[in-house]
Design a protein around this ligand. Structure first.
Ligand SMILES: [Zn+2]
Length: 144
């Protein structure tokens, strides 16, 4: 299952980061998932719950944001949302020399560490499965 390997990789990365900063728990994790990354958000939420059991990430709230796929036509520079299933011919000139601008990313956008001085209840709260929010903000260039 693709989502399971993604979830394990995410948990592994967060654990490594937690160790290097001495964090004892994680409150929440925000992921950006490209529309074309082939990841089903519900499935990822489920797998994340399994993957983080027994780790420092256990109990963290996972939120995912879908990044829409966009493509750019090399000859005419037109940019369009490719949608699902992806439309990879330029709607302007019909060209096929197309570059995917976004939509395949999988990024850990934010990790909130449990405040060691704060209430420990936060670290054992049940994992909730929030819904995907429709994407309205503009894509920012990747800073990581
Ligand atoms: Zn074009």
């Amino acid at each position: 299952m693709h989502e399971m390997s993604v979830a394990l990789a995410v948990v592994d990365q967060i654990e490594t980061a937690a160790r290097s900063r001495g964090a004892e728990g994680v409150d929440s994790v925000r992921l950006e998932v490209g529309e074309l990354a082939g990841i089903v958000a519900d499935s990822l939420h489920f797998c994340f719950g399994l993957a983080c059991a027994g780790t420092v990430v256990e109990g963290a709230e996972l939120t995912t944001r879908t990044v829409p796929g966009t493509a750019r036509c090399a000859p005419c520079s037109r940019v369009w949302p490719v949608g699902m299933p992806p439309r990879l011919l330029c709607p302007g000139c019909g060209g096929a020399a197309v570059e995917l601008v976004s939509g395949r990313e999988l990024r850990i956008r934010e990790v909130r560490w449990t405040d060691p001085a704060g209430p420990m209840a936060a670290a054992t709260a049940p994992t909730r499965a929030p819904r995907d929010e429709p994407l309205t903000e503009k894509r920012r260039p990747c800073a990581e």
